[in-house]
Design a protein around this ligand. Sequence first.
Ligand SMILES: O=P(O)(O)O[C@H]1O[C@H](CO)[C@@H](O)[C@H]1O
Ligand SMILES: O=c1cc[nH]c(=O)[nH]1
Length: 247
Amino acid sequence: MKEAHIQLDSSVGAKAAILPGDPARIDRILPYLEHAEALAYNREYRSVAGLYHGMKVIAMSTGMGGSSESIAVEELHHIGVTGMVRIGSCGALQKGIGLGDLVVGCGAIRDDGASKAYVKDIYPAVPDTDLLFEILSAAKKNGYPVHCGVIHSHETFYTDTNDAEEAAWSKLGVLGSDFESAALFTVGRIRGVRTASILNNVVLYGTSTEDSIGSYADGASLTAEGEKREIITALEALHACWEKGLL
Ligand SMILES: O=P(O)(O)O[C@H]1O[C@H](CO)[C@@H](O)[C@H]1O
Ligand SMILES: O=c1cc[nH]c(=O)[nH]1
């Protein structure tokens, strides 16, 4: 039977998945896959499957926010996926993180709602160590600018307190903000799924979030390059784990 939201079942036969937020990003993943086939498009969940150096991989969008992310993780887990890497976008919280630089979370602040629905927020949101190691190895081997540290997953943007909260996290050395990584790490850990998150920085610290995200949507070149970097890094890392029999 097909999963209710992602509309996929275990006949896909993939252990690995890369997870952008935006359904449009799926088109830009396709050139990296062989024998790619469209699978489903229900709500925010658009999926394709293909081969990456012999490894079957699903690319599926998860939409915006921790609740959509948590449903994606649960339903992909039900159909047999054991390794998931988010390829998202973020806003930098530190000067010195350039547009298109990769921000890799070694842990995420659980300022979202979904992860708290699973477990008290004293439980840490951390990625899988093997996937994290392979991500950093691949990014460094390819010469990509990469920053690894604590990231902040928040629930939404337009609250009256968002700017003040981000300034406070910045002072504490947090690298950047997204919406979904904390839910991905938390639900992945609880369900025994390997997860990790690579974020393409689309907002320089101290600049307008809305304008910068608009430029990214319009295909601005530095952030388009960052997106290519995160796709390649995610596929290489998943493949390395798959070859080692970890997925
Ligand atoms: O580009 P994606 O992967 O959606 O990631 C980021 O962009 C969205 C906000 O613009 C949020 O989902 C945030 O996490
Ligand atoms: O500034 C940003 C950009 C993308 N996603 C976020 O959560 N924040």
